[in-house]
Design a protein around this ligand. Structure first.
Ligand SMILES: CC(C)(COP(=O)(O)OP(=O)(O)OC[C@H]1O[C@@H](n2cnc3c(N)ncnc32)[C@H](O)[C@@H]1OP(=O)(O)O)[C@@H](O)C(=O)NCCC(=O)NCCS
Length: 343
């Protein structure tokens, strides 16, 4: 019997750009003597975080990641027909950073390019959009970028967020291949904007345009200083949202994809921090071998954390061709998404 072969979207490769500048636990313990080097490491699992310097931008980091990807895969910019950029720290409010990147990389002017504003769930959403573009015949080769510089929104006197977040960019090439099987699996999404207050930069948008009050700092009960133009996180609320929504997300992805937990070779979750990921791993009963972690030298790099985890796992030979990998992104919004991909 003749087998029908379909054009399926697949990940051809991933590369990252990591700023050289690092924020270590030693520097943090120096700034916040109430938290020791060991205390920060034991709680967060993070040793140091890359922090963009003042010359680095959303576009410059994404361009560097894309150039590394092109070199790795021997692909040229003129073969790209769509750029998707996930970021919450764009170069400007307008124009769209993906347009700036198109020009800098030399991607043809016939290509589509757009930014989408999502955080920790964004990479999985990006894969889904890329799959839609490819499998509907609108695109052949999508450059999916993530580039995040939360450090630009973090007050240096706020240890609650400064200990957790790092800056990074990634580039993923998604293209159509002949396959009988789904290679970027069924996607499950979730949204609950009722959590909007719990991870927010309150001023600078259309609700509260920047004004003279935006930069006045207040001190919270834990001794952290921040202004309304800075990032605010309610860690306890985000943790409780995650512990509720992620197990359900995993159940739904497995049942939609007709997979059992035992058939999953590897799991790459959004790399929030050790405290949260240990809880999720134990709750979901994933083994330590299945559950890949990469926060130690990067921290929480928002939408870059899953693709960075994939690239590092590939480099360390922890991820092999043909393995089934469960991806789950969750956080700011609230927003979450999951999928099973074949590497
Ligand atoms: C931030 C988070 C690690 C804090 O943990 P928590 O247990 O809820 O924190 P609490 O404020 O109740 O403090 C408990 C202890 O942890 C310590 N602690 C809290 N955050 C810490 C940090 N970043 N580094 C070191 N110690 C920390 C506190 O000082 C306290 O110590 P003590 O028992 O000696 O007094 C946790 O809430 C979390 O993972 N939230 C989700 C955050 C996140 O990743 N958001 C991004 C979007 S996904």
């Amino acid at each position: 019997m003749e087998v029908t072969v379909h054009n399926k979207a697949a990940i051809r490769g991933v590369a990252s750009y990591i700023p050289d500048n690092r924020l270590t636990n030693e520097q943090l313990a120096n700034d916040f003597p109430e938290w020791s080097v060991d205390k920060i490491y034991e709680k967060t699992g993070i040793k140091s975080r890359p922090i963009a310097d003042e010359t680095e931008t959303c576009s410059s980091m994404a361009i560097n990641a894309a150039k590394k990807l092109f070199a790795k895969l021997s692909v040229t910019a003129d073969s790209i027909d769509f750029i998707l950029l996930c970021t919450q720290s764009p170069d400007y409010k307008l124009p769209t950073t993906a347009c700036i990147i198109q020009n800098a990389l030399g991607v043809p002017t016939s290509a589509g390019a757009l930014d989408f504003n999502l955080g920790c769930s964004g990479y999985v959403y990006g894969l889904s959009i890329a799959k839609g573009l490819i499998e509907s015949g609108q695109s052949k080769r999508v450059l999916l970028l993530t580039s995040e510089l939360y450090s630009r929104y973090i007050n240096k006197k706020d240890k609650s967020v400064r200990t957790l977040f790092g800056d990074a960019a990634t580039a993923t090439l998604v293209e159509g291949v002949k396959s009988e099987n789904e290679l970027l699996g069924s996607f499950v999404f979730g949204t609950d904007g009722a959590g909007d207050r719990n991870l927010i930069v309150p001023h600078g948008g259309s609700v509260h345009p920047l004004n003279s009050d935006s930069f006045s700092e207040v001190c919270d009960k834990s001794g952290n200083f921040r202004s309304s133009a800075d990032l605010y996180m309610n860690g306890a609320e985000i943790l409780s949202f995650t512990l509720k929504s992620v197990p359900l997300l995993v159940t739904n992805v497995l049942s939609k994809s007709a997979f059992d937990i035992e058939n999953i070779d590897k799991v790459v979750f959004h790399q929030a921090n050790k405290f949260m990921l240990d809880k999720l791993r134990k709750k979901l009963k994933f083994t330590e071998d299945q559950f890949l972690v990469s926060y130690r030298d990067y921290g929480n790099t928002v939408s870059s954390s899953i693709p960075l985890g994939l690239e590092l796992a590939e480099q360390q030979n922890l991820l092999r061709k043909g393995e089934n990998v469960l991806l789950c992104g969750f956080g700011v919004g609230y927003s979450w998404a999951g999928s099973i991909i074949t590497w």
